[in-house]
Structure formats: structure tokens, C-alpha cells
Design a protein around this ligand. Structure first.
Ligand code: AMP
Ligand code: MG
Length: 352
């Protein structure tokens, strides 16, 4: 067990003495959890083999699942790759710092331990002021996967990290809620067509405004359908709450009707049920505990609440989670990707 230090830092009034202490620990090969605008990241210096090993160990993450490298300035990118394509540069100019991870051909500086043996490296410049301050102070590229135990829902609040990693890392910086609440969009701009390997806060529709010929990795929304995902992490069981999650998909009225029926049936059996619903539909449900994901008009709030809801389900020890579905346009694609993965593909069709 490690004696984990927990630093609470206010994003709007950053205590730089704490950032300095955390950066020093990072530089010496320690593990530091920090908030980003997507989810919390578990950071380690990519140039210290033991630091990388500690990340995989603390998370219980399979070693062939590569890590995203976090940087705070463009010079660091030149250390990690020798080739920045025109499309990559355009996306960097438009979306960095921000929730977009770009896959590059890796330079010889990048250790294979963080790329899972691939010859490519995933890089992102986060936007969160605490993340940027920490990366600037330490000034080394930092590998930082989501700071959860592998398989569990990603952490979007400091308390989620403490639940999973207290005693397993050197520092946890609690910086409050994560704005986006879903992991970054991962894009491979060197493939033809250009492919989104993981949907996130920057949407396909956003990217199509400037770049042609972009598609989603066709394996994204399905599990075990015989199509190998291009992003190694997508093949693992993900984001799973302890209770059984069922996603109801189809005609809106039928979805509400089926959730209600199932909620009543399970409650009668003595099961504890959590219903994930948009604000507008709360009034339709008669049984179970209601989790209000936000208004249908505000997908940003809904996305920031998805992991919070799955963590809440664990906290309440519910047996079942019954969730409504969302349009797969824009941010809805990332929301549905996480819900479907978290359910292990457990979708209840409500078409007629
Ligand atoms: P996480 O670290 O939990 O945010 O997950 C990172 C995601 O990025 C996983 O799905 C990885 O498989 C993916 N990833 C990281 N590096 C690469 C790479 N070089 N090529 C493709 N996907 C990658
Ligand atoms: Mg993750």
C-alpha cells in the first residue's frame, strides 16, 4: 500500500505550490492522478519504465492496451513523432488544447511499453487548467489513462478516483467535476479513410466541417461481432457497473413503456432498480430510483452525467440499471458508445 497524498485544488484559483510538489513526484517516476476536461487521468513519466509499469499495475490494465501521452506544448509533440501531416496540423490548430487524441507514427524516443508494442503513439493536449499547469511544471510527456480500475466506469469526480486508487498511487489531485465527462475522441488521420477510433467530445460532424473522408471505426458500437477494433482498448469489457445495465432502444413511447414494465416487474421481485432518463421523461416512471441525466436539449450535460450515473449505481448497490437511448448523431454517438459498452451489448429493442 502506498501512502497516497490527496491534494484538493480549485481550478479557478490554483495552488501552485501543490502543483510543484505533484510535478516533482511525477518527474521522479511517481504516479499522479489529475483532472482533465474529459475524465481523471492516472499520470506517469513516459521516460521512466517503472512509472509506466506502475500505471498498468494500479489500474489492472492489460499491457497490450496502449496509453495516451499528454503534453502541454507543441515542441513536446516533435519529440514524440517526426511526421505531422497537414490534416493533423489542422486538427491541432483547431482543437488543442481539448478533448481530441491524435494517433501519430511514433519516434524512437517513445518507449514501446506505452504503445502496447504498436509503432504508433496517441497524443493529446488537455484543456483543464490544473492538467496544463501540472504538465507545464513537470515538462515531460505524461502517459495518462483514465484513473479507474480497468473495466469500471471512468472517474469524473475526485471521489471516484479515491474509491479506486487510494493506496495505489502517490498523489490524487481532486479538482472537482470533469466538464466533458467522457473520454477524448481518438482519431487516426493517417488511415484512409480517416477514422474515429473512439467517439468523444469532438464529434464526427465537427471534424467533417474541415476534413473530408472521415468515418467511424465500424466496429465501434458492437461487441464480439467479429470485427476487430482498430483501437486496442475498444476490445475490452468497459465502464461496467456492478448491477446489470439494460439499454432500451427504439420508439420513444415504447421505450418508456418497456422501462416502466421492467421496473415494476423487477421491483416486485425485490430488486433494486435505477432508471437513467432525460429530465423530460421523469414523470413517466412509477418505480425504481430515478437518475436525471439532463434535458434532451442539452447533450453536453447528458454526456457529463453518464459515468456519474454508473458510479451512482455502484454506490447505491442497485441490481439493475434501465437506461433510455439517445440519437447517435453528434455527441450522442459517444454517449451511446459508452452505454452500449457498459451494458456488454445488452440492448432491449422496442420497435413496435
Ligand atoms: P484510456 O487511456 O483509458 O483513455 O484509453 C485510451 C484509448 O486510446 C484506448 O482505447 C487505447 O486503445 C487507445 N489508444 C492508445 N494508443 C493508441 C494507438 N497507438 N493506436 C490506437 N489506439 C490507441
Ligand atoms: Mg479508460
Amino acid at each position: 500500500m502506498k501512502d497516497t497524498k490527496i491534494f484538493t485544488i480549485d481550478k479557478k484559483n490554483i495552488d501552485f505550490s501543490k502543483i510543484e510538489e505533484a510535478a516533482e513526484i511525477l518527474n521522479k517516476g511517481g504516479s499522479v492522478v489529475f483532472p482533465t476536461e474529459t475524465v481523471y487521468g492516472l499520470g506517469g513519466n513516459i521516460y521512466i519504465a517503472n512509472a509506466v509499469k506502475e500505471i498498468y499495475k494500479a489500474k489492472g490494465r492489460p499491457s497490450d492496451n496502449p496509453l495516451i501521452v499528454h503534453i502541454w506544448n507543441i515542441d513536446q509533440l516533435k519529440e514524440l513523432t517526426e511526421e505531422i501531416s497537414e490534416v493533423a496540423q489542422l486538427l491541432i490548430d483547431k482543437y488543442w488544447p481539448g478533448p481530441l487524441t491524435i494517433i501519430f507514427k511514433k519516434s524512437s524516443n517513445v518507449p514501446e511499453s506505452i504503445t502496447g508494442g504498436l509503432d504508433t503513439v496517441a497524443v493529446r493536449m488537455p484543456q483543464d487548467p490544473i492538467a496544463l499547469a501540472l504538465l507545464e511544471k513537470s515538462d515531460v510527456p505524461v502517459a495518462a489513462p483514465s484513473a479507474n480500475t480497468s473495466g469500471k466506469p471512468s472517474p469524473t469526480q475526485g471521489k471516484h478516483v479515491v474509491e479506486d486508487l487510494d493506496g495505489k498511487v502517490d498523489v490524487i489531485i481532486d479538482g472537482g467535476d470533469c466538464k466533458v465527462g467522457l473520454e477524448s475522441t481518438v482519431i487516426d488521420v493517417y488511415s484512409n479513410p480517416i477514422m474515429i477510433l473512439r467517439p468523444g467530445g469532438i464529434t464526427l460532424e465537427d471534424i467533417l466541417k474541415d476534413v473530408e473522408n472521415v468515418v467511424y471505426d465500424p466496429s465501434l458500437m458492437y461487441l464480439d461481432k467479429g470485427i476487430a477494433p482498430r483501437s486496442p482498448g475498444q476490445k475490452y469489457k468497459h465502464y461496467s457497473p456492478k448491477g446489470k445495465l439494460v439499454v432500451f432502444k427504439g420508439l420513444e413511447d415504447r421505450v418508456k413503456e418497456e422501462i416502466n414494465k421492467e421496473g415494476e416487474r423487477l421491483t416486485k421481485e425485490g430488486k433494486k432498480v435505477l432508471i437513467l432518463t432525460i429530465k423530460e421523461n421523469i414523470k413517466y416512471y412509477s418505480k425504481g430510483i430515478i437518475f436525471n441525466l439532463g434535458s434532451i436539449k442539452d447533450y453536453e450535460t447528458i454526456s457529463s452525467n453518464i459515468f456519474k450515473a454508473l458510479r451512482k449505481a455502484d454506490e447505491l448497490n442497485v441490481d439493475y440499471i434501465l437506461s433510455e437511448s439517445f440519437s447517435e448523431k453528434g455527441l450522442g454517438k459517444a454517449i451511446m458508445n459508452r452505454l452500449i459498452k457498459a451494458s456488454g451489448g445488452n440492448i432491449k429493442r422496442c420497435d413496435n
